[in-house]
Design a protein. Structure first.
Length: 260
């Protein structure tokens, strides 16, 4: 029997950039409302970047929630699922693809916030970031993430724009029919297109293992380029925040903490 794919997780906030952003965003607690915080460029910069960093880490962490579905603490029998086993696996595919692809968008938005680029969210692309930032090195890091996600992006486009779905097993037609009958409380017997006895549990396990492998491969690929993007941005963030903090209009200057 083939070895079942073991679970991997991805950390969303263990880089020093994220820790630095979170630490400095505490400044927002000194104000009763957002309007007061907006008076100080250092505070509003920290809060703006923190908002984007928090959304990115939340999206990265959501991939681990997909892992929770793929590796439940207790095995879920196909007949006990809230939908047919085939549709359940398709649902996981949808979630995995959309959440994975959106990580690049969140990385782009964080980059825009840190570099203080005049690009609205709906128009944020790697090329616009490159042009607006005079080819800041972060644009190459974003391109690296984009290149790694090419196959995922292609599958996402096929699935959501053309309704063409990647097969879950080596006989999806039989899997789909058997899963539908089982969900309706009926069994089905016979052979699949490979002349094997129809076995819903076996087909379901095959589909889940295939998605697990896709999940694992994605996690392995994403971790390094995301950290490289953070490495590229941390100096920019520290420099920009410190400059605003020391400026006479900054909150740091107001409270006399000019050394940071």
């Amino acid at each position: 029997m083939a070895r079942r794919p073991r679970r991997l997780t991805i950390s969303s906030d263990d880089h020093k950039l994220i820790g630095r952003i979170y630490d400095l965003s505490i400044a927002g607690l000194h104000f009763d409302d957002y309007a007061d915080a907006e008076k100080y460029p250092d505070v509003i910069y920290a809060l703006t970047v923190n908002n984007r960093a928090s959304l990115l880490t939340k999206r990265i962490e959501s991939l681990n929630h997909v892992g929770d579905i793929l590796w439940p603490r207790r095995r879920i029998r196909p007949k006990l699922l809230p939908m047919s086993a085939y549709e359940y696996c398709n649902f996981i595919q949808d979630v995995l693809l959309m959440r994975t692809i959106s990580i690049l968008d969140c990385c782009c938005l964080l980059t825009v916030a840190i570099l203080e680029l005049d690009i609205i969210p709906r128009q944020t692309t790697i090329d616009r970031i490159r042009n607006a930032s005079n080819s800041h090195p972060s644009s190459d890091k974003l391109k690296a993430i984009s290149d790694l996600q090419f196959e995922f992006r292609t599958e996402r486009n096929m699935r959501f724009h053309r309704a063409e779905e990647e097969p879950l097993t080596d006989d999806d037609v039989t899997f789909k029919i058997a899963a539908l009958y089982a969900f309706q409380g009926q069994g089905i017997t016979g052979n699949d297109r490979h002349d094997r006895n129809i076995d819903l549990t076996k087909s379901y396990d095959e589909a889940i293992d295939n998605i697990r492998n896709k999940f694992r491969n994605n996690i392995k690929l994403l971790k390094r380029p995301i950290n490289e993007l953070y490495d590229c941005l941390i100096g920019e963030f520290n420099t920009r925040f410190s400059t605003k903090f020391r400026d006479p209009s900054g909150y740091g200057h107001k409270i006399g903490m000019v050394k940071i």
